[in-house]
Design a protein around this ligand. Sequence first.
Ligand SMILES: [Zn+2]
Length: 271
Amino acid sequence: MKKINLLLFIASALLVTSCATTTNNSLSGVERSQFLMLPASEVVAMSGQAYNETLQKNKSDKTLNTDAAMLKRVTAISNRLIAQVGVFRADAAKWAWEVNVEKNDDLNAYCMPGGKIMVFSGLVEKINATDDELAAVIGHEIAHALREHGRERMSQAYVQQYGLQALGALAGDSMIGGLATQGAQLGTQLFFSLPNGREQEREADRIGLELAARAGYNPNAAVTLWQKMSAQNTGAPPEFLSTHPDSQNRIKDLQALAPKVMPLYEAAKKG
Ligand SMILES: [Zn+2]
């Protein structure tokens, strides 16, 4: 009985300390409190390993940064967005950001925890994306990382799988050791197999829109982007559409927020 009480005590203590919000309040209106049990440093380390493995595989497949002009364009847009991340959280300005392009016909892009960005060539080519539209997609992906949605999903999955035992073990540090040894493989599995929830997608849309406006990209492009994406929605759905069967709601939400961030865009263009 004593042991159970101890576990419950540890669990409640962890729940209290792990419910927090990752980003500052902003025009985006995103303020939700989050469940973040796993240590951020572990999640970032696992993600970094997984990203490096992807880069190695792409290198051997000759699919990494094969188009120099496209890489230059995607990197320039990403860097303008990254220059604004401090508005949402000061520490993110110092993350080890990285941008690469994978030769892949799928309409997709992602930003792993800690700022590891990958854009698929298909996303740029298939919808003939403008710079403003690319900024909308990359801004959305960066927003997932700023909000630590990956860590949130991993935390939820861990509790579902291991329950109180994992929480108890976490306090004893043995789970952390376990996580580290499972490393990149676990990072990849957790990151790619757990889809973002609808609320997380909405947050990424809203913060992404504000981030793009602050970087001097037209927020109205988010709407044309999702319209183009919906029109292309054949075969396996990309990350953006898979959890958004109702893309009309998403477009309405973006249309409502766009006028609010428009002054940020106007100011950034002048500056
Ligand atoms: Zn998303």
